[in-house]
Design a protein around this ligand. Structure first.
Ligand code: DQA
Length: 155
């Protein structure tokens, strides 16, 4: 059975490529989406990517994911540190969500150390740049027994 993965990108991530390259590298969002898409070609995965700068639109995307997705890979950008509404949405949809950050938020300003979302996510991946998205996709593939030693990973 095909599994759906929503790759969801939050505010300012549309500017990747030119935004603070010393922190976020020069890779663009289109590059990240293409790398993730390429990564799942060998698997029965329907991967769809979207980005919004608006909290409500991100909530709508999470709600809509209930109709087709089985996992979400989510970089909530700065909403990570502020959004109770996104936290509630993640809880409400009952789909595993993996929080991803390009940078190691724990090594940056103190206000980035706190995530309002990580506690209701399956887990958090931070500091591995664009590869973090691939690691998150792999975590879902493993969870679904599509990659690696499924027997070792309880659902
Ligand atoms: C980010 C980290 C956030 O603190 C920041 O607000 C972002 C990007 C990251 O991917 O490292 O917009 O989510």
């Amino acid at each position: 059975m095909t599994k759906g993965i929503l790759l969801l990108h939050g505010p300012n991530l549309n500017l990747l490529g030119t935004r603070q390259p010393e922190i976020y590298d020069r890779i663009t969002l289109a590059d990240i989406d293409a790398a993730a898409q390429e990564h799942v070609t060998a698997y029965p995965i329907d991967l769809r990517a979207t980005q919004s700068n608006h909290e409500g639109a991100l909530i709508d995307s999470l709600h809509e994911a209930r109709d087709w997705a089985h996992g979400v890979v989510f970089n909530p950008g700065a909403y990570t540190h502020t959004s109770l509404a996104l936290r509630d949405a993640i809880v409400a949809i009952e789909i595993p969500v993996i929080e991803v950050h390009l940078s190691n938020v724990h090594g940056r300003e103190a206000f980035r150390h706190k995530s309002l979302l990580a506690g209701v996510c399956l887990g958090q991946i931070a500091g591995f740049g664009w590869q973090g998205y691939i690691l998150a996709v792999d975590a879902l593939l493993r969870r679904w027994g599509l990659l690696g030693d499924a027997a070792a990973i309880p659902n």
